[in-house]
Ligand binder design. Structure first.
Ligand SMILES: [Zn+2]
Length: 488
């Protein structure tokens, strides 16, 4: 049987499905994917579900959905839980070679040992005192786990040339006889990861720096297996605004939250890539193809990057501005349906359906393009979809009174009834302000704005009329007039 030669560069993302897809994991995914694409290599997704109790299918789904949304297509997919037979094979070999052994120390004994080491300010480790004793009674073997017989593997300290951080070294005496598996059928994390990376011919392990303490243990396992370790690159972690590790208290760390808020995949990719990596010309906004072309591990920062939501909004707004009316409408439509279900339903009940809703949103596209930083913000434009409700006093301009507001709206009503087209409206309304209110446009536009939107700050009233249409605008003006007339 001839072996098929695999591409030289093979990287992997190996998340544990024990929680929602984390933005930090997404960033590791981005860098792995960019490294693979830059070198024409392969990007492998491996779900590291060795922890049976904490792993859940819904989290695996969340991880896959997030990666797909970002456009990080994987070339291979694996699940550790389906590979227990592979781990068993290697465990049996290590046990037979004397490179692994059964440790019978109880949890209590190990905890006491590590507590003592802590008080002596030593790194907690276990060097087993009874390697290769044969014990067989149930009470003796109930705590047994499989450990690496480290002294049989090497007498050298463990070091590697990290692609981000340079040489990293761990004294062998800090490691001890590391644990490999609970039993022949339950490999522990470090052992499973090494067997998987080795058998999948992973050339570069690119992951967060929180894995640095795992790396010397994994190198020991490679040595025990007689395998060559891959190159390692430990990425700086994402930080919160206070420079501590990014966590829930800094805002959302669940990637799905950004999908639900209506960020663009292009904006999110760009943001994650630029946080922690410098482009050759210092560009902050770049396409996927540019990132692939420019990507170099040497330009990954050594210190952590602050996850700044304002920067994300700025980048995302840039991508929203690139969308044409049609694409923007398609992207916003689901958010309109989510926030204004009654409006969507009313159109559907009148057999106008989604086509009519799309027409309304399409008219709004130029306004939304200028104002949205993410699509969910469309909820702030409720007055396009819901008849506004407001205090009557809001209709009154700061220099006016209710009589003048009424006068203005009655005049506007008449003007709109006579001239339906927006382009004729502005000069006519300006003229009204000139003639009736000594040139104070607020006297006309303020009550009109409130009548249309119910808000102090809204889109331009003429733009609102254009989008709502003359009939709806007149209905709202008539409602405002009625409110003013009912004023005591
Ligand atoms: Zn022991």
């Amino acid at each position: 049987m001839t072996k098929v030669k695999k591409p030289a560069i093979r990287v992997r993302l190996a998340p544990s499905p024990t929680g929602l897809f984390h933005v930090g994991t997404a960033q590791s995914g981005v860098y792995n994917w960019l490294f693979a694409k830059h070198h024409n290599g392969q990007f492998i997704l491996r779900i590291e579900d060795t922890d049976k109790e904490r792993s859940q299918p819904q989290f695996e789904k969340d991880i896959c959905a997030g990666l797909e949304w970002l456009g990080l297509k994987w070339d291979e997919f694996h699940r550790s839980s389906e590979r227990q037979g592979r781990y068993r094979k290697h465990l049996e070999k290590l046990l037979a070679d004397g490179k692994a052994f059964w440790c019978y120390h109880s949890k209590e004994e190990l905890a006491a040992e590590s507590a003592e080491q802590m008080t002596k300010k030593e790194a907690p480790k276990h060097v087993c005192s009874h390697k290769f004793e044969i014990r067989s009674t149930k009470s003796e073997t109930q705590h047994a786990i499989i450990r690496l017989n480290t002294e049989k593997v090497t007498d050298q300290d463990i070091s590697w040339d990290d692609m981000v951080r340079g040489e990293i070294k761990f004294g062998l005496n800090t490691l001890g006889d590391i644990s490999l598996a609970k039993n022949l059928d339950e490999a522990l994390y470090n052992f499973a990861v090494v067997v998987d990376d080795w058998e999948m011919q992973i050339s570069h392990v690119i992951r967060g720096e929180d894995h640095i303490s795992n790396t010397p243990k994994q190198i020991l396992i490679y040595l025990a297996l007689g395998a060559v370790p891959p190159r390692f690159a430990h990425l700086p972690l994402l930080l919160g605004s206070d420079r501590s590790k990014l966590s829930k208290r800094h805002g959302s760390v669940a990637f799905s939250q950004y999908i639900e808020s209506g960020y663009t995949p292009e904006g999110m990719f760009n943001f994650l890539a630029m946080l922690g990596w410098s482009t050759p010309g210092g560009e902050e906004v770049f396409s996927k193809n540019q990132a692939i072309e420019w990507f170099a591990m040497a330009s990954i920062h050594k210190s952590g990057a602050i996850f700044n939501p304002e920067k994300l909004n700025w980048i995302n707004a840039h991508y929203i501005k690139q969308l044409n009316d049609e694409l923007l409408t398609d992207a916003v439509l689901p958010f309109v349906e989510k926030h204004f279900p009654a409006y969507a339903k009313a159109l559907a009940d009148r057999s106008e359906g989604r086509g009519r809703l799309r027409e309304v949103v399409l008219k709004m596209a130029p306004l939304l393009r200028e104002r949205l930083t993410y699509f969910d913000q469309v909820k702030e434009f409720s007055y396009f979809f819901v008849m506004p409700e407001y205090e009557t006093s809001l209709l009154i301009w700061k220099k006016g009174d209710s009589k003048k507001a009424l006068l203005a709206l009655e005049a506007v009503e008449k003007i709109i009834e006579e001239r339906a087209k927006e382009k004729e409206l502005k000069p006519t309304l300006d003229e009204l302000a000139e003639e009736q209110f000594a040139g104070d446009r607020g006297m006309v536009y303020w009550p009109l704005r409130v009548a249309l939107s119910g808000e102090k700050f809204s889109a331009d009233p003429l733009e609102i009329i254009n989008i709502l249409g003359g009939a709806e605008a007149l209905k709202r003006i008539a409602y405002a007039i009625n409110k003013l007339r009912l004023q005591p």
